[in-house]
Design a protein around this ligand. Structure first.
Ligand code: C2O
Ligand code: CU
Length: 563
């Protein structure tokens, strides 16, 4: 195995999109940032230099960081942030993950533009479970804001309101030809040769949106998610949640020409926020009229056959499901199967039932006029605890050094009360007001853990793409309504469940994940919708050390930032 060294310089960089020049935070002046490539069991050593005005950490999303949460990069969870003018070197040891993972900033909203792909090839001498593709191309689905995205999220944090939405979606940093004022160079283009197979490594780096993605005229075959292989799954489109990666094989088997690839939002329950986009799109672009409602806010790229392609040809547009087509989204998700023979036991060692909820925060100790203002403040919670990041210390450092007062170990494994979570009667008083706290669930090394994640429709229905640091989990089941502890476990897939590190609990529904607590340290489980995360939809698992040297937490690196 090899070690690759990289320098990441995080700084404000001027970029022009859609006729506007903006300064955005970038890594090495690139948006999206550099793609890192390595083989399984290699190590990436990345020295991150913060030349921005904001605190920065980098999270290696989907990398297990076995025994080494010190390099996990969750701000105030596993490290103090890298202050402006400082640097920190992350050691990213690739172990079990193979496929597409990614990196992104993990301090407030900086991840909006500070992100990039990590491609993990099979170990030398081993190969993919499918024929080797001719080329592999990262497809990073992101966003573009007319305003400063950090200001937008700062304002949302101040007021407690939802953040303003982005103005365009992007493919590899380019909005594509459907948005008004898009220059020809603002469309991502990929040249292909007829008869060759390509591997698209798709990452949803958007802040708040599940997305559909398709390529006109071409079938896609899903072969991996979140750094694990899946059984090959042929499909016309995918639905991908924020945080997820999906590896897609695509055979260039069509007559030469230009074919659009496109991504458009799938309703995750954020309601009216979407409508402001339509003014920016002309709906026509250079192509044919998009056929479905889902495409009135679509980002496009071009898939171009190198022979016979002429610039005057009108690209064919893919048929994307419309914005509220949950049937298409759910039927795709329900067909994904893992390739592991998981051999999971019927019953896990530890079982938790966690209610995910958006709430309004009640009056707090602030008192007086402040309490009045707080009464309508939106918040988010897990088992009625709204996660508060510690200040002045990080959870991992406090755990390692036995510092008290930074976090508590009493995260409840059950909600205080059971109620009808998804019916019309999901009354807010059942959940109101959530308590703010920094609470951890402590698990002994080696235990198998099952977590039932139940979405509650307290202030409206939303889905929750839940992401776990330090572990992949098996998605053994999911469904709609209230989880039924008698009947639903009988339907678990314990044989070939998908292995992921992000899974969206559907709105008005539930999902059950299983993982083995075999990675000692402190690991965040949180919603990957950015505004749910910062409003408190997160909690921390502390996995205790095992008996052996190789099952214990590593020592901290010497140059860790201090708070
Ligand atoms: Cu991709 Cu904790 O995040
Ligand atoms: Cu959420």
């Amino acid at each position: 195995s090899r070690t690759y060294y990289h320098d990441f310089v995080v700084k404000s960089t001027p970029l022009v999109r859609l006729c506007e020049k903006k300064n955005i935070l970038s890594v090495n002046g690139q948006f999206p940032g550099p793609t890192l490539r390595a083989h399984r069991w290699d190590t990436l050593v990345v020295n991150v230099h913060n030349q921005a005005q904001h605190n920065i950490t980098i999270h290696w999303h989907g990398v297990r960081q076995l025994r080494d949460p010190w390099s996990d990069g969750a701000s105030y969870i596993t490290q103090c942030p890298i202050w402006p003018g400082q640097n920190f070197t992350y050691t990213v040891r690739l172990t079990e993950e193979e496929g597409t993972v990614w990196w992104h900033a993990h301090d407030h909203a900086a991840r909006a533009t500070v992100h990039g792909a990590i491609i993990v090839f099979p170990r030398p001498g081993t190969t993919y479970p499918f024929p080797k593709p001719h080329k592999e191309v990262p497809i990073i689905l992101g966003e573009w804001w007319e305003m400063d995205v950090l200001d937008i999220y700062e304002a949302a944090a101040q007021t407690g309101e939802d953040p303003m939405h982005s103005d365009a979606y992007t493919i590899n940093g380019q909005p594509g030809y459907l948005y008004s004022c898009s220059k020809p160079e603002e469309t991502f283009k990929m040249q292909v040769e007829q008869g060759k197979t390509y591997l698209l490594r798709v990452i949803n780096a958007a802040m708040e949106e599940q997305l559909f993605f398709a390529v006109a005229g071409h079938r896609l075959t899903l072969v991996g998610t979140d750094g694990s292989y899946t059984e090959p799954l042929a499909t016309d489109h995918i639905m991908i949640s924020p945080g997820q990666t999906m590896d897609l094989l695509l055979l260039a088997d069509q007559p030469p020409g230009d074919y659009a690839m496109a991504a458009s939002p799938f309703d995750s329950g954020m309601g009216s926020m979407h409508h402001r986009h339509t003014s920016r799109t002309n709906g026509m672009g250079g192509g044919s009229v998009p056929p479905t409602a889902g495409t009135n806010n679509a980002t496009t790229g071009l898939f171009q056959y190198v022979v016979g392609s002429s610039s005057s040809s009108t690209p064919m547009f893919p048929s994307l499901p419309s914005y509220n087509d949950s049937h298409s989204a759910n039927s795709f998700t329900s067909r994904i199967r893992g390739r592991d023979r998981a051999a999971l036991g019927r019953v896990a060692d530890e079982r938790m039932f966690v209610v995910l909820s958006m709430n309004t925060m009640g009056p707090t100790s602030g008192g007086g006029g402040m309490a009045m203002a707080m009464a309508t403040r939106k918040s988010a919670s897990m088992n009625n605890i709204s996660f508060a990041e510690p200040r002045g210390a990080d959870v991992l450092g406090a755990y390692y050094r036995n510092v008290s007062g930074v976090y508590e170990e009493d995260f409840p494994g059950e909600p205080a009360r059971r109620f009808d979570y998804t019916g019309d009667g999901a009354a807010e008083e059942e959940m109101w007001p959530p308590e703010r706290g920094t609470k951890a669930k402590v698990v002994e090394y080696g235990r198998s853990v099952e977590v039932v994640l139940q979405a509650a429709s307290v202030t409206g229905e939303e889905s929750h793409p839940m992401h776990f640091h330090g572990h992949s989990f098996y998605v053994v089941g999911w469904g709609f309504g209230n989880f039924d502890p008698e009947k639903d476990p009988l339907k678990y897939n314990l044989v070939n469940p998908p292995k992921q590190s992000t899974f969206a609990v559907p709105k008005g529904g539930w999902a059950v994940i299983r993982f083995r607590a075999d990675n000692p340290g402190v690991w965040l489980l949180h919603c990957h919708f950015e505004h749910h995360h910062f409003k408190g939809m997160g909690m921390v698992f502390i996995v205790k050390d095992g008996q052996h040297l190789h099952t214990r937490l590593r020592h901290p690196p010497k140059n860790l930032p201090t708070c």
